[in-house]
Design a protein around this ligand. Structure first.
Ligand code: SF4
Length: 359
């Protein structure tokens, strides 16, 4: 796909120039046009449920408002049966996928994760189970004493279908060194996804932006993903199916620490539009409404995004007091958000097959 003025792929310099431009509407039009040309007017959503099985985590990432030290009184662990029950309830209410992630909790043995997947699979044979960030997969590989490949194979056997793409933050060693030094590093994140793709899994890729990285670091992140996706597509097994830019949302309770302010809406829209233009080999860009907010997510559909994620139901990762009071949108609300932009709502399964009654 050729998309810069010389009809070639965008270069890092092209993308930086776009970031520095103040012509937001022209950038949005380019991204929207690219989206319409390659994906048509379809905007996807799914009925899903997020499940956070533990908030206990030993990583202490500076930007995290979700985790608690595993010894903290507010730390929790869901029994595998509870995860399976919640997934079953979601399935009975029409969900096609669950999204299961948690902290890096040293109190949980490897068997806990296999058990959770097996129990969920037993209760819901056809539910798509998207689970574990690359940081969790690296932790599971450590816990099991097996390679990343063998660990992923074990998890697949227990019921895992795909990876949700978290833990990428900003794929820069320098960023990790500064803000999440304990966490699995960018090369480990890339290795987990490359291995999952080689095993035939479809995965997502995220980017946490608006913390303390520079626009140049955001751009580098996109080009790193584009390069891995080129390799995965060439091998012809699994690949990234969507990119999920996630704006940093400051927690209200910073316990005396200072926290960066929330990024401005202009930069959020620029990030989505530039993601659409740079990631010419990843089909879908998500406007993840629990973090963008419903109104900005709707506008993002005219700036290159073509997926609103889903009904979600429970989202503990951001602080609801600051930004998004809602955990849940109904299907009807999502469809209306899309129709108001003059685009076409398409209910999808986890692999982007249409579930519309007439398709
Ligand atoms: S971002 Fe993830 S790995 Fe880091 S502290 Fe929070 S839960 Fe733990």
């Amino acid at each position: 796909m050729k998309i810069n003025r010389n009809n070639q792929r965008l270069t890092i310099q092209d993308a930086l120039t776009l970031y520095q431009s103040n012509d937001l509407l022209q950038l949005g039009q380019r991204a929207h046009h690219r989206q319409l040309t390659h994906q048509g007017k379809n905007v996807y959503y799914c009925v899903n449920r997020h499940i956070n099985y533990t908030n206990g985590c030993r990583m202490k990432c500076h930007f995290c408002g979700f985790s608690r030290d595993p010894d903290h009184p507010d730390s929790y662990i869901m029994p595998p049966e509870t995860v399976a029950d919640q997934a079953e309830k979601a399935w009975q209410n029409g969900a096609s996928e669950v999204h299961i992630v948690g902290g890096i909790n040293p109190g949980l043995p490897y068997d806990y994760y296999l058990n959770m997947l097996q129990k969920t699979r037993l209760k819901c044979p056809k539910l798509y189970i998207k689970a574990f960030t690359a940081a969790e997969i690296v932790d599971l590989s450590d816990k099991s004493g097996q390679s990343i490949k063998n660990t992923l194979e074990n998890l697949q056997e227990a019921g895992l279908n795909g990876l949700p793409g978290g833990g990428a933050e900003i794929l820069s060693d320098d960023f990790f060194e500064r803000f999440c030094p304990n966490k699995a590093r960018p090369n480990q994140w890339l290795n987990v996804h490359a291995t999952a793709h080689a095993l035939g899994m479809m995965t997502n890729a995220t980017m946490l932006y608006g913390y303390q990285e520079t626009p140049a670091e955001r751009i580098e992140h996109l080009f790193t993903l584009r390069k891995l996706q080129d390799c995965s597509l060439q091998k012809g097994r699994g690949a990234f199916q969507s990119f999920v830019p996630l704006p940093y949302i400051p927690p209200t309770d910073t316990a005396g620490k200072t926290s960066p302010k929330k990024i401005d809406a202009i930069s959020e829209l620029k990030t989505i539009a530039i993601s659409r233009l740079v990631l010419d080999n990843i089909p879908h860009i998500k406007a993840f409404w629990p973090m963008l907010g419903e109104k900005l997510a709707q506008i993002a559909l005219c700036f290159g995004a073509n997926d609103l994620d889903g009904t979600v139901q429970t989202y503990k990762i951001v602080d609801k007091k600051t930004d998004n009071p809602n955990d849940v949108l109904t299907e009807q609300q999502i469809r209306e958000m899309i129709l108001e932009t003059n685009l076409t709502p398409v209910k999808r399964d986890a692999l982007y097959h249409s579930l519309e009654p007439n398709d």
